[in-house]
Design a protein around this ligand. Structure first.
Ligand code: HEC
Length: 155
């Protein structure tokens, strides 16, 4: 009788465990998309004006790189380094880990990504400074992405 009772308890626990696993789809970081209230696109590519994938040719566009370099020098380099942590995270290899859309949305809409996106929230907890919007438009943000792609390939 005792054994049967134990078996029932184990079965109940196993069934419960399996079903609750199936209901909550969690991503690698353990974030639940339903809880964040973000769309799948926003989870992958950030929150902001870039709301669909953009086409980026494999070949680096050196004209954009130069434009991006200029904007970056005047509005980003006070807080970011290509190598090593500064006020904000290092950006030299950022294009290998984050999508161009994510990077552009972060530049164009930092406050919402810091407040609502799990990646932004985690970054804020680590860096404790809120990245300000730097008056960068879409075209400039795209040029910065090209500059960062160039950096990632060069180094
Ligand atoms: C006043 C300092 C400051 C300036 C200026 C600044 N940032 Fe940031 N940035 C941060 C901090 C701090 C974070 C980490 C998130 C947070 O705490 O706001 C961050 C995060 C980021 C991220 C996300 C990194 C990741 O791992 O996903 C990107 C991309 C980024 N910044 C790019 C830029 C670019 C490009 C510029 C220039 C247009 C810029 N930042 C200007 C401080 C700054």
């Amino acid at each position: 009788m005792n054994k049967l009772f134990t078996l029932i308890i184990i079965l109940t626990l196993v069934t419960f465990g399996v079903s609750s696993c199936g209901q909550n789809e969690t991503d690698e970081a353990g974030n639940n998309a339903e809880e964040t209230g973000l769309t799948d696109f926003e989870m992958d590519h950030g929150i902001g004006p870039i709301d669909q994938r953009i086409e980026i040719p494999d070949e680096i566009d050196m004209e954009k790189v130069e434009k991006g370099r200029q904007v970056y020098r005047s509005r980003c380099s006070s807080c970011h380094r290509m190598e090593g942590r500064h006020v904000g995270p290092e950006l030299g290899k950022i294009t290998t880990g984050r999508s161009p859309e994510f990077i552009m949305n972060f530049i164009l809409n930092p406050s919402e990504n810091i407040q609502r996106h799990p990646v932004g929230q985690a970054l804020l907890r680590e860096y404790l400074v809120e990245m300000p919007y730097q008056n960068v438009d879409k075209e400039q943000a795209r040029a910065i992405v090209e500059y960062l792609r160039y950096q990632a390939e060069e180094n």
